[in-house]
Design a protein around this ligand. Structure first.
Ligand code: SAM
Length: 300
C-alpha cells in the first residue's frame, strides 16, 4: 500500500494544478448557490413591483423617470443623436422604459422651445415615437402633445412589460433606446435582448447603458458594488459585453466608463442580419432596487 507521504511525493505538477482548480471551483460554488431560492426571489419581485407602482411622495428619490433628451445624449453611446437626427417621418423610434417620456417630448418640441444644449436629434422630419413603460407615467404635457400631433406620431403604452407585447402590437423600429429601463431592470435579460432585436429592422440600432458591471476595458475601480453580474456555464465571470458579442447577426460596440460613479458600459447593438440568436441566461439572484442587482448564469 502506498503511504500518504509517498503519494504526495509522487504528485505531478498537473495533478496539483487540477487540485487547485477544484478548490477554486468549490469556492466559486460557495458564493453562488446551486439553485436560485424561489421564495426569496418572489419577495424581491414584489418589492420591485412596489417601486414601479410608487406615486407622488412614495417614489424613491433614486427612481428617476423624467430624463430629457439632453440626458439621453449624455448617457447613450456616441452616434445616438446623429442616428436620431437622420430618421425620416415614416421611420420609428421605440423607447423602452420611457417613464414620463420626456426625451420624446423634447424631440418633438418646436425649435424655439428646445434648450440650446438640446441639439440632439434635431431635424425637420420627425420619426414616429413609441414609449413603453410598465407603469403609466404620462404627464398632462404628453397627453396634450400626443393629442395635437396624433397618436400615430406619439404613442404611450403601459400596463405590461416589453416581453408581453406581440410583434403585431409594436411593429418594427429603426432605433430603439433604453435609459435605465428594461435592460437594467429585467429579470429575463437574454429574453429581453432577444425581444428587442426581434423588434429592430435589419440595419437598425439599439442604444442602451448598464451601470455597475465588469467593464470590457478591465479598468474597474476597486471596491465596487456590482449591480449586474454574469458567469459562464463553468462558473467563470463573464462580462456583459463579451456575452452580447456572442449573439449572432449583430455588431456590438461598448464604451467603458470607468470614471463614472459606477463602472458603466454604454452599449450600441446594430442588427446586421435577421438570424439573431442570443445566448441564454438564467437568473440566479435578484435584489429589488433602482436599478435592482442581478446575477445571471449562461446556460450550457
Ligand atoms: C427609472 S425609470 C427610467 C425612465 C426614463 N428612461 C428616464 O430615464 O427618465 C425605469 C422605467 O423602465 C420601465 N421598465 C422596467 N422594466 C421594463 C420592462 N421589462 N418593459 C418595459 N418597461 C420597463 C419602468 O416601467 C420605467 O418606466
Amino acid at each position: 500500500m502506498r503511504s500518504v507521504k509517498s503519494s504526495v511525493r509522487s504528485w505531478k505538477p498537473g495533478g496539483m494544478r487540477l487540485a487547485i482548480l477544484f478548490v477554486i471551483l468549490l469556492q466559486a460554488r460557495a458564493v453562488w448557490p446551486q439553485e436560485p431560492a424561489e421564495p426569496r426571489l418572489d419577495k424581491e419581485f414584489d418589492k420591485q413591483e412596489k417601486i414601479y407602482r410608487s406615486r407622488g411622495a412614495d417614489v424613491p428619490g433614486g427612481y428617476v423617470t423624467n430624463r430629457g433628451l439632453s440626458d439621453y445624449a449624455e448617457l447613450l453611446p456616441k452616434g445616438f443623436c446623429d442616428t436620431l437626427g437622420k430618421l425620416g417621418s415614416s421611420d420609428r423610434w421605440l423607447d423602452i422604459g420611457a417613464g414620463q417620456a420626456q426625451a420624446m417630448l423634447d424631440y418633438y418640441a418646436p425649435e424655439p422651445d428646445a434648450a440650446p444644449a438640446q441639439k440632439c436629434g434635431r431635424s425637420s422630419a420627425k420619426a414616429r415615437a413609441v414609449a413603453v413603460s410598465i407603469e403609466d407615467r404620462q404627464t398632462d404635457k404628453w397627453r396634450e402633445q400626443a393629442a395635437s400631433l396624433g397618436h400615430d406620431r406619439l404613442r404611450y403604452l403601459s400596463g405590461k412589460r416589453l416581453r408581453d407585447y406581440s410583434a403585431e402590437e409594436l411593429g418594427k423600429f429603426q432605433i430603439i433606446t433604453d435609459v435605465f429601463g428594461g435592460f437594467s431592470y429585467t429579470e429575463h435579460l437574454s429574453q429581453f435582448v432577444d425581444k428587442v432585436l426581434s423588434l429592430l429592422e435589419v440595419g437598425g440600432s439599439f442604444y442602451t447603458l448598464v451601470p455597475g458591471v465588469h467593464l470590457e476595458n478591465g479598468k474597474d475601480k476597486l471596491g465596487i458594488l456590482y449591480l449586474t453580474e454574469l458567469e459562464d456555464a463553468a462558473g467563470r465571470p463573464e462580462k456583459v459585453c463579451s456575452w452580447l458579442k456572442k449573439t449572432t447577426c449583430v455588431q456590438v460596440t461598448c464604451e467603458s466608463k470607468s470614471d463614472w460613479k459606477r463602472p458603466t458600459e454604454l452599449i450600441n447593438i446594430r442588427k446586421v442580419c435577421s438570424d439573431v440568436s442570443v445566448p441564454r441566461l438564467k437568473l440566479w439572484e435578484f435584489e429589488a432596487g433602482y436599478p435592482p442587482s442581478r446575477r445571471f448564469q449562461l446556460e450550457p
